[in-house]
Write a protein that binds this ligand. Structure first.
Ligand code: ATP
Ligand code: MG
Length: 205
């Protein structure tokens, strides 16, 4: 018998929040890189309900965004998708996302993953101080956006350089609207889902 009992380690849960309209390879690479570097057991993708910062643009119905995220993540055994934000009424605030996930998974340590553009806004998010108490943050590089974590709580925010993919959902939507190819920007199943449901056609942004 070992002299000391093994201390059970807490599960490490990544949280990838986004509108995912649609999910693309930039999101998937960011999640995969953070999972590898931070030794995460799982990354849960959380499509927003009504995104607070996107009220001025038309956002696809939550079920489409949710299903595309399920299709995109299905082949990765460590990736899952949560409905916490789309099933909550009202605007989506990340502080509520983290509270709900903490309630569902009280034993886990949470790592919230954001791109450079999102982390730059974080102090404007609701209950910013509570965010950093509930989760550690990992800010990843994104082409076209300077990455700075100045002013954010030291020890609660890490920075990670990830392979540069200059892909955005806005660009994918613009391409779909114009009948241009979106192959290889998003997973094949998402290309087919967009075509099947004629998403982004005739939309004005
Ligand atoms: P939109 O153009 O509609 O804003 P988006 O491509 O920015 O879409 P979001 O759903 O807004 O995608 O982003 C979710 C999260 O993923 C954010 O933290 C964002 O910074 C990050 N992210 C998005 N695209 C990339 C990328 N190419 N590389 C790194 N991080 C990314
Ligand atoms: Mg965005």
């Amino acid at each position: 018998m070992p002299a000391t009992a093994e201390v059970p380690t807490r599960p490490r849960l990544g949280v990838m929040g986004g509108t995912f309209d649609p999910v693309h390879h930039g999101h998937l690479v960011a999640a995969s890189e953070v999972a590898a570097r931070f030794d995460l057991d799982e990354v849960v993708f959380v499509p927003t309900g009504n995104p607070t910062f996107k009220q001025h643009i038309e956002v696809s119905p939550a079920e489409h965004r949710y299903l595309m995220t399920v299709i995109a993540t299905a082949s990765n055994p460590r990736f899952t998708v949560s409905r916490v934000d789309i099933d909550r009424a009202g605007l989506t605030y990340t502080v509520d996302t983290l509270r709900d996930l903490k309630t569902e998974r009280p034993d886990a340590d949470l790592f919230f993953i954001t791109g450079a553009d999102a982390i730059a806004q974080i102090l404007t998010w609701k209950d910013a101080a509570e965010l950093f108490d509930t989760a550690r943050f990992v800010a990843v590089t994104r082409p076209g956006h300077a990455l700075s974590v100045d002013g954010l709580p030291a020890g609660r925010v890490d920075v990670l350089e990830v392979p540069a993919l200059a892909i955005s959902s806005s660009d994918v939507r613009a391409r779909a609207r114009a009948g241009e190819p979106v192959w290889y920007l998003v997973p094949d199943g998402v290309v087919q889902y967009i075509a099947k449901h004629r998403l982004y056609r005739g939309r004005h942004e």
